[in-house]
Write a protein that binds this ligand. Sequence first.
Ligand SMILES: [Ca+2]
Ligand SMILES: [Ca+2]
Length: 107
Amino acid sequence: MFQGSESDNQTLCTDITVFDDLIYEASESFTVSLTIAEGTTGVGVHIPSATITIVDDDYLTVRFEASSYNAREEEEHVQVCLKLTGRSETMVDCLVSTEPDTAQQGN
Ligand SMILES: [Ca+2]
Ligand SMILES: [Ca+2]
């Protein structure tokens, strides 16, 4: 509630609670609106609504589970594993590919 004052301009602020989570997600927004209390006269509303955007502060990391793997020739394949750290509300698509010109003879 604005108090009576001789000043031409007063500012009144209110806090709206925003909950922090641990999920990687897109920014979210909602609208707040302003109305004048019933029975108040002679007061106009210039900007009747405002948009609040909650900017996500969470992130994900993806990595190989190990930095090296051993492959036995007779098994004809090697399994490499990825590790995702963090929670996401959407699918995380990853691509594993071989790097050209990195094959070397062992020691
Ligand atoms: Ca967070
Ligand atoms: Ca979040």
